[in-house]
Design a protein around this ligand. Structure first.
Ligand code: PRP
Ligand code: URA
Length: 209
């Protein structure tokens, strides 16, 4: 079974509370999503393997450590996942970025795919799928299914906010995928929105409503 990592760090909780506030403007919302994404990725990359290397410091030659093993890829789910990319690239600037375009049909709440472009070597990379909102879990599961069908087998999911329903769906359907999230909210409303949540993440990020 995958592990759910809830990042209940005071700084993350403080920043998330500002994002939840309906009066928080687009600039601050964007900045906070970027900052929290960086902090979530810090946790999600904690188990990256290291190798011993030798480095000449100004004082002497020493044994130290650098990253080894598979390279990283980040896969934002469009649109709202885009708001998480820059924060992550500040930590791992050489990561490649793939895009999966999905929107949720407002009637059925099922994800509809409209775009996909992955790095050619995606299957050889450790992938981090990004979506701020894990509501029914349909979009995240569809994106992970999509990646697995293309041979990707090292996948983590990084989200800002989740509902218990969506978390359960991902953990049931993809027990090999760990989830990193800033908070787990109460439930979904009749329109599939997370309660209390923060509203429509894509609209708040891009000013489309
Ligand atoms: C939102 C959000 C997730 C999805 C979550 O996207 O960004 O991708 O809904 O819901 P789910 O867990 O029930 O699938 P939306 O479909 O609104 O598209 P957008 O990001 O383009 O606004
Ligand atoms: N998508 C969002 O942007 N917000 C929600 O609460 C649920 C899905």
């Amino acid at each position: 079974m995958g592990t759910l990592h809830v990042l209940d760090h005071p700084l993350v909780q403080h920043k998330l509370s500002i994002m939840r506030n309906k009066d928080t403007g687009i600039k601050e919302f964007r900045e906070l999503l970027e900052e929290i994404s960086m902090l979530l990725t810090y946790e999600a990359t904690r188990d990256l393997p290291l190798e011993d290397v030798e480095v000449d410091t100004p004082i002497c030659r020493c044994q130290t450590k650098m990253l080894s093993g598979r390279k990283l890829g980040v896969i934002p789910i469009l649109r709202a996942g885009l708001g998480m990319v820059d924060g992550i690239l500040k930590l791992v600037p050489a990561a490649k970025v793939g895009h999966i375009g999905l929107y949720r049909d407002p009637e059925t709440l099922k994800p509809v795919e409209y775009y996909c472009k992955l790095p050619v070597d995606a299957a050889e990379r450790n992938l981090i799928v990004l979506d701020p909102m894990l509501a029914t879990g349909g979009s995240s599961c569809a994106a992970i299914d999509f990646l697995k069908k293309r041979g990707c087998n090292s996948i983590k999911l990084v989200c800002l906010l989740g509902a218990p329903e969506g978390i359960k769906k991902v953990m049931d359907e993809h027990p090999d995928v760990d989830i990193y999230i800033a908070a787990v909210d109460s439930h979904l409303n009749e329109h599939g929105y997370i309660v209390p949540g923060l509203g429509d993440a894509g609209d708040r990020l891009f000013g489309t409503k």
